[in-house]
Design a protein around this ligand. Structure first.
Ligand SMILES: Cc1ncc(COP(=O)(O)O)c(C=O)c1O
Length: 517
């Protein structure tokens, strides 16, 4: 049995350095107990032993001094030692043998030990080349996400950025305080994968009036944004290999969910009337589901015409398919009243409707909802329960009051006015700066528009957006929204977070970056 000695010593905080330096000339103490440290003594002893075992300084079946011996050696009372030992026994690092004493557990497998106990996971990866560390093939179907790659910064044209400075945080804070001080007991004890009933009722009232969505609160499920809604819908509706219609171009994060669900993506072209249903039928009549953004197509911004809506609903009914309607930013329309939802036209209950508060309030709130056909509620609830059981309490109650007390409607009215001004400033500046060399799409609604243009030979929109980001201009490239090998170059330009008077300068910068090539 290999046996390096473990040495214990007790230090006062100001003697700690002495203890370490005197030890460095002799044997390094493995467990340093510091009476003045914030960390309690029993925890220091526990940590010291655990680290020594994981480093391999203490080997399986090696004897441990009795609690009395250790307490004497450390000059501490027996209580912290007994406390640490009982924790190490409970966790299986130690074992006690009747009449023989305490030992490092003999059943700890040696091969888990490394020479050093790294202090962080990344050091671990660097210092401890591991054996096979295979991950599931399915996890590799998700596109790699580099933290910071999306909302890289705060500045002109960020696509998913609303006017944060206009959000009524004072009111919000008072509602948070109300529900933190006097929590709603029944909501706190609730285990309903659909979320708070009060909140779902408030959402249902809003949807009926503002979006033409007819549903009762039992059909509404609160989710952490549209993304979770898409994921749950895919789990309920799609089996691997199923053909599924997606918009071409379309929302990349919806595609990411569907690729991970291993379905067969059928890219269906979108024009200025929305999804080309006839083309979809030609490509694959038997698709199981169509994922669409009919109110404001992402990214090109068209609104699906009445005729296409009816064709889509007819196709779904005749082929037994589902339609997932992602209604992510329909609150803001500038030249007409908001367009009623596709769900409102559906008499056959084939539409699963998804809404989000990410655009209308702010994205890090992570709150959205699904309206589920009544006969599918049980399946959605089953999937949700296995996923994260139910949504967190506080923000649901806060947002319920925010809606019920009229703050939500007021905020939408103010923002519609503000975003309308920003949108006009952006369209005017783009026309002034680029003239006919650039086409504007989908400026009638939402918080972004798209532009297409012919770039110099060999230049891609992704090259331009990378350069623009270095100059704090957050353009979003259009080409990755296409599945096709020959995508259209262009940019998705958000105007939610840029004050109107800063827009002309930002557009001049955009023009100069594009023309530098
Ligand atoms: C097409 C589309 N759907 C949904 C969303 C919102 O996603 P989430 O609710 O997960 O923040 C966005 C972006 O904000 C979007 O562009």
């Amino acid at each position: 049995m290999v046996g390096r000695h473990i040495h214990f010593c007790t230090v006062d905080a100001n003697h700690y350095n002495d203890a370490v330096s005197s030890a460095s000339s002799g044997v390094l103490p493995i467990i340093v107990v510091d009476r003045k440290a914030a960390n309690p003594l029993h925890k220091q002893i526990y940590d010291g032993y655990r680290a020594a075992i994981l480093r391999g300084d203490l080997r399986p079946a090696q004897r441990i001094p009795s609690s009395r011996e250790l307490a004497t050696e450390l000059r501490v009372s027996r209580f912290p030692v007994l406390n640490a030992y009982s924790q190490l026994l409970a966790e299986g690092y130690f074992e006690s043998r009747v009449g023989a004493g305490t030992f490092v557990s003999g059943s700890l497998p040696e091969r888990q030990f490394s020479e050093q106990l790294p202090t962080s996971q990344s050091e671990q990866v660097a210092s401890n080349p591991p054996g096979p560390r295979n991950v599931a093939r399915r996890s590799l179907l998700y596109p790699t996400f580099k933290v910071g790659q999306v909302l890289r910064g705060w500045g002109a044209f960020g696509v998913h950025q609303p006017a944060f400075d206009q959000f009524p945080f004072q009111i919000w804070a008072s509602l948070v305080a109300r529900h933190s001080r006097n929590p709603n007991a029944s909501a706190i004890h609730l285990v309903d994968p659909r979320g708070s009933e009060r909140f779902r009722t408030a959402i249902g009232d809003y949807l009926r009036t503002a979006r033409g969505v007819q549903c009762d609160p039992g059909q509404i499920m609160v989710v952490s944004g549209s993304q979770q809604a898409l994921d749950i819908a895919a789990r309920v509706l799609i089996d691997p290999g199923n053909p599924v219609w997606v918009e071409e171009p379309g929302y990349r994060l919806a595609r990411a969910v569907l690729e991970a669900a291993e379905c067969r993506l059928i890219p269906v072209p979108v024009d200025n009337e929305g999804l080309n249903v006839a083309a979809g039928i030609k490509l694959c009549r038997k698709a199981k589901v169509a994922f669409v953004t009919p109110s404001h197509h992402y990214p090109l911004g068209s609104t699906m015409s009445a005729s296409r809506r009816i064709q889509l609903l007819n196709w779904a009914q005749s082929s037994g398919a589902w339609i997932v309607e992602d209604d992510y930013d329909s609150e803001y329309r500038y030249e007409s009243l908001p367009i009623a939802s596709l769900h409102g036209l559906d008499v056959n209950r084939r539409v699963i409707y998804i809404g989000t508060f990410s655009k209308v309030l702010y994205p890090s709130l992570r709150l959205g909802y699904i309206v589920i056909p009544a006969d599918l509620v049980e399946r959605f609830v089953a999937v949700r329960h296995a996923m994260d059981i139910f949504p967190p309490y506080l923000n649901q109650e806060v947002l319920a009051d925010f809606i019920i007390e009229g703050h939500f409607a007021r905020h939408i009215r103010r923002m519609r006015q503000l975003y309308g001004e920003r949108r006009t400033a952006l369209v005017d500046s783009l026309r002034n700066e680029f003239g006919d060399s650039l086409q504007i799409h989908g400026a009638e609604a939402g918080m972004h528009l798209a532009v297409t243009l012919t770039l110099p030979e060999g230049v891609k929109d992704t090259d331009i957006t990378a350069q623009a980001a270095r100059e704090r201009l957050w353009l979003w490239p259009l080409s990755p929204s296409y599945m096709s090998e020959s995508p259209q170059n262009g940019f998705v330009v958000g105007f939610g977070s840029v004050p109107a008077d800063q827009i002309p300068r930002a557009v001049r910068l955009m023009h100069s970056i594009i023309n530098r090539r």
